[in-house]
Ligand binder design. Structure first.
Ligand code: MN
Length: 208
């Protein structure tokens, strides 16, 4: 039994061109994301076996594999739906108001998110999150697939800053990749996630 499944994309691999090429999308979805799905399923299977046999000699590796691969599966699943052809622009409504409230303006938010994404040392993600404790938006640097974010924060918008996400198209010029990203953000998807996060906030951590 494989609990995790590679999701279909809502658009063709070529749909995000010229901002992200079809070749990157195909490799990124069918190879990289698929490997995280398989890795998460394998980690669960390994943990099943460990419980069955009572042999927990590999527990640290299995738990680390689960965090990394499940992280990768979740991160990419969010990322694909954050993007859409013929999108970009700026958020509207309550999301726009919240961005103004917590970051000063949309321009300041974009500058902060861009700097956080560009500044990641090694592989990782820029993430706009809802913090259910402070009931506010925050920007986080997610390291690898699973590190450096606070428990319980809810991701709304993620930008993949692993080299596999941009190197074929942009080589080492990360700034052009991040600039292109703003042209394909589906703010309607981010707004839906914001609404759901706020609605569920009081139950998320039960500490506030
Ligand atoms: Mn990736």
């Amino acid at each position: 039994m494989s609990p995790y499944v590679l999701p279909d994309l809502a658009y063709d691999y070529a749909a995000l061109e010229p901002h992200i090429s079809a070749r990157i999308m195909e490799l990124h979805h069918s190879k990289h994301h698929k490997a995280y799905v398989d890795g998460a399923n394998n980690a669960l299977a390994g943990l099943d076996e460990a419980r069955e046999t009572g042999n927990f000699a590999n527990i640290n590796r299995l738990e680390k594999d689960l965090a990394f691969h499940l992280g990768g599966h979740i991160n990419h699943s969010i990322f694909w739906t954050n993007l859409a052809p013929n999108s970009g622009g700026a958020p509207e409504g309550e999301l726009s108001a919240a961005i103004d409230e917590f970051f000063g303006s949309f321009d300041k938010f974009q500058a902060h998110f861009t700097a956080a994404s560009m500044g990641i040392q090694g592989s990782g993600w820029g993430v706009l999150s809802f913090d259910p404790v402070g009931k506010r938006l925050i920007i986080q640097q997610l390291f690898d697939q699973q590190g450096n974010t606070a428990q319980g924060t809810i991701p709304l918008l993620q930008l993949d800053m692993w080299e596999h996400a941009f190197y074929l198209d942009y080589q080492n010029v990360k700034a052009d990749y991040v600039k292109a990203f703003w042209n394909i953000v589906d703010w309607g998807n981010v707004a839906k996630r914001f609404e759901a996060a706020r609605a569920g906030a009081s139950a998320t951590l039960l500490i506030s």
